[in-house]
Design a binder for this molecule. Structure first.
Ligand SMILES: Cc1c2[nH]c(c1CCC(=O)O)Cc1[nH]c(c(CCC(=O)O)c1C)Cc1[nH]c(c(CCC(=O)O)c1C)Cc1[nH]c(c(C)c1CCC(=O)O)C2
Length: 358
C-alpha cells in the first residue's frame, strides 16, 4: 500500500491525494478537465527566486539539503501553477551518494574525476541504500504534505545516459568512449548497464516509497543510438528499471532527446508515458509508439524566445497534433533554457489550460 493508492478508509487517506489530479489522469489515459502542464527543468536558473536561494551553495550540496530542495521544488508550482512538481535533484545524485567522485560544474554539467572504463572500475558502483539518500526521503516527506493534491514526479537518469557521463568522464557530443565500450566489450557493457539499472531502481523506489506519484526516467542522450543497438545493448537495462517499479502502480514516464527513430522502443521498454522532443509531431509520435501509452511533450523550448504570437501559434499546433491522443501531458520537448523569461512560462500554463478546458 503506498500513498498513491486510491483513497480508502485508512487514516493516511484523510490527507488530500493527487490520485484524481489532471496530471495523473492523463498519464492513466483517463478523461481530464484540462490538459495538464509541467516543464522539464521548471525549477532552476530561469527563476530569480531560484538564483537567490542558490547563492553560495554548490549544485550538488543544494540537492542534499531537504529544506532547500523543498523550497526549490515548490517555486515553479507557486509561480506558474503547473499541474505537477518535479523533485529537485540531478541524475548524478545517486552516483555521488554511492561514493563516485564527481561534481556538477556550472555551465558544463556533471564531471567524473576517474571515468569508469574497465572491469575493475565496475567495483566502484556499489548498491544504493535508502540511508545513502536519507535527504531524499526527508525532502519528499515534507513536499507531499505541502503539495496536497499536486502530484510530485520523482526521477532518475537511465542506465545509458548515466553510463555516458561515467565512461566519458563528463558531457560528450559524440559519446565515443561510451560507444567504444558498448561495441568493443559487450559483456562489460552489459554488466555496467545492469549495475546502473540496480542503482537507478533503488533510487526510484526510495522516491516512490517517500511519496512520489509518478517517475520519469531521463535517457537524455540515447538519441545517439541506432534502434538495433538500442534494442540489443540498452533496452534490457531500462526495461529492468521499469519492471522493478511496476508493482507500485505509479505512472512511469520515459524521455530522451532526438529519439524519433526510438519512440516505439522507448514505450516497449516499459513506459506508461513516452516523452517526445519537438522533432516529431505528437500525432506521428502516437503512430510510432502505438496504442496503450500516453504522450508527453513537445513545444520546442526555443519557441519561448519568439514572442507571444509565435508562442501561441506553436502551442496551438502542439495541441492540435495532440487531439485524439489517448492521454497527453503538455511539456516542452526538452528542459527550460536558463535565459527563458519566466513570465512566458506562466502564460503558457494558463494558455494550455484555457485552450483545453472541457
Ligand atoms: C542530462 C541531465 C543532467 N541532469 C538532468 C538531466 C536529464 C534532463 C535533461 O536531459 O536535461 C536532470 C535534472 N537536473 C536538474 C533537474 C531538476 C528538476 C527540474 O527539472 O526542475 C533535473 C530533472 C537540476 C539541475 N541540474 C543542473 C542544473 C544547473 C546548475 C545550477 O543551477 O547551478 C540544474 C538546475 C546541472 C546539470 N546537470 C546535468 C546537466 C547537463 C546540467 C547543466 C549544466 C549547466 O548548464 O550548468 C545532467
Amino acid at each position: 500500500m503506498s500513498v498513491n493508492d486510491r483513497p480508502s478508509g485508512s487514516p493516511a487517506s484523510q490527507q488530500p491525494k493527487p490520485y484524481e489530479s489532471a496530471f495523473l489522469k492523463a498519464c492513466r489515459r483517463e478523461p481530464v478537465p484540462h490538459t495538464p502542464v509541467w516543464f522539464m527543468r521548471q525549477a532552476g536558473r530561469s527563476l530569480p527566486e531560484y538564483l537567490k536561494v542558490r547563492e553560495g551553495v554548490a549544485m550538488l550540496d543544494s540537492c542534499m539539503r531537504p529544506e532547500l530542495v523543498k523550497e526549490i521544488t515548490l517555486q515553479p508550482v507557486r509561480r506558474h501553477k503547473v499541474d505537477a512538481a518535479i523533485y529537485f535533484s540531478d541524475i548524478v545524485v545517486p552516483l555521488k551518494a554511492i561514493g563516485i567522485d564527481l561534481d556538477i560544474k556550472p555551465g558544463i554539467g556533471p564531471v567524473v574525476a576517474e571515468p569508469i572504463r574497465t572491469r575493475a572500475d565496475l567495483a566502484r558502483l556499489r548498491d544504493l541504500t535508502p540511508e545513502d539518500v536519507w535527504y531524499v526521503t526527508e525532502a519528499i516527506g515534507m513536499l507531499t504534505e505541502e503539495l496536497g493534491t499536486t502530484p510530485l514526479i520523482g526521477f532518475a537518469g537511465a542506465p545509458f545516459t548515466l553510463a555516458s557521463y561515467l565512461v566519458e568522464g563528463g558531457p560528450s557530443r559524440n559519446h565515443e568512449h561510451t560507444k567504444a565500450l558498448m561495441y568493443g566489450d559487450p559483456q562489460l557493457w552489459a554488466d555496467l548497464l545492469d549495475r546502473l539499472a540496480e542503482i537507478t531502481s533503488a533510487f526510484l523506489k526510495v522516491q516512490i516509497e517517500a511519496g512520489a506519484s509518478a517517475v520519469q526516467l531521463f535517457d537524455s542522450w540515447v538519441g545517439a543510438l541506432a534502434p538495433a543497438d538500442y534494442r540489443r545493448s540498452v533496452m534490457p537495462a531500462s526495461a529492468k528499471v521499469f519492471s522493478s517499479v511496476a508493482s507500485y502502480g505509479v505512472p512511469r514516464i520515459h524521455f530522451g532527446v532526438g529519439t524519433g527513430e526510438l519512440l516505439g522502443l522507448l514505450g516497449e521498454a516499459g513506459a506508461d508515458v513516452v516523452g517526445v522532443d519537438w522533432r516529431v509531431p505528437l500525432d506521428e509520435a502516437a503512430r510510432r509508439v502505438g496504442p496503450g501509452k500516453a504522450l508527453q511533450g513537445n513545444l520546442d523550448p526555443a519557441v519561448l524566445f519568439a514572442g507571444p504570437e509565435a508562442i501561441e501559434a506553436k502551442t496551438a499546433e502542439v495541441l492540435a497534433a495532440a487531439e485524439g491522443l489517448e492521454g497527453h501531458v503538455f511539456n516542452l520537448g526538452h528542459g527550460v533554457l536558463p535565459t527563458t523569461d519566466p513570465d512566458t512560462l506562466t502564460r503558457l500554463v494558463a494558455s494550455v489550460h484555457e485552450r483545453t478546458a472541457r
